[in-house]
Design a binder for this molecule. Structure first.
Ligand code: PLP
Length: 228
């Protein structure tokens, strides 16, 4: 696996997809480094990637300690158990997986205690898949409204993991629904809610996601090869 070649190819593909994006926005690449070594992470970072994503708290925490590099922005992209918040809440740039009031309560408590703000995306379960985290699509706005009272947690947008299917039309519909939802929430001008990011698109579907309005993609396999 040649990480450099893979990465440059992906960056080109992102640029290509942007030409067909309905928003023309810039797209942030979060390199998903779960199961990858510190050397591999340092390699992508040296190639210009400042955003890395992990889906497990322990692995993320270990890597933050080992990398010891304040120029990297760490993204928590996996399910976050409330009792593990303490290990990472003050070390991450963005938590993509806010989907429960328990979780925002705990984040807000810790943030207030430290006098900091924590940035989160609300994860939406767009395919209604029982094995996946995320709030139901229909419940996103009411969940967001409940989040507003937790002042030290800032809602920065939405995240979704599309169903793992080969049906391009279906995927497009999922991404379109997410984009419309983001725009709808944005138009309501909630105080302190920015709706800056729409995090969607992985190795298999990032081009479609960008075309349909994603501005943050999370890519692992296409950069580093398949995981064991
Ligand atoms: C693993 C993972 C990704 C990256 O998936 P690839 O198919 O390897 O690109 C993206 N998002 C989340 C939440 C993940 O857990």
């Amino acid at each position: 696996m040649n990480i450099k070649e893979n990465l440059f190819k992906i960056l080109e593909e992102i640029e290509d997809a942007k030409k067909y994006s309905i928003t023309n926005e810039d797209v942030t690449l979060v390199a998903v480094t779960k199961t990858r070594t510190i050397e591999e992470i340092n390699e992508v970072h040296s190639l210009g990637i400042d955003n890395i994503g992990e889906n497990k708290v322990q692995e993320l925490k270990n890597k933050i300690d080992l990398l010891n590099n304040s120029t990297i922005n760490y993204h928590m992209i996996g399910n976050l158990q409330t009792n593990k918040v303490k290990y990472i809440y003050d070390k991450v740039a963005l938590i993509h997986s806010l989907d429960r009031l328990n979780l925002i309560k705990e984040l807000d408590k810790r943030a207030k205690n430290d006098n900091i703000f924590i940035n989160c995306l609300i994860q939406v379960n767009i395919g209604d898949e029982p094995q996946k985290g995320g709030v139901a699509y229909e419940e996103t706005e009411s969940f967001l409204e409940k989040c507003l009272e937790y002042d030290n947690v800032k809602i920065k947008g939405l995240m979704t993991i599309a169903p793992n299917v080969n049906d391009e039309l279906f995927l497009r519909e999922c991404f379109q629904k997410m984009f419309k939802l983001k725009e709808k929430i944005k138009s309501k001008n909630y105080k302190e809610v920015e709706m800056q990011y729409l995090s969607m698109g992985m190795s298999g579907d990032f081009k479609i996601a960008i075309e349909e309005g994603s501005n943050m993609v999370r890519i692992g396999t296409s950069i580093f090869g398949s995981r064991n």
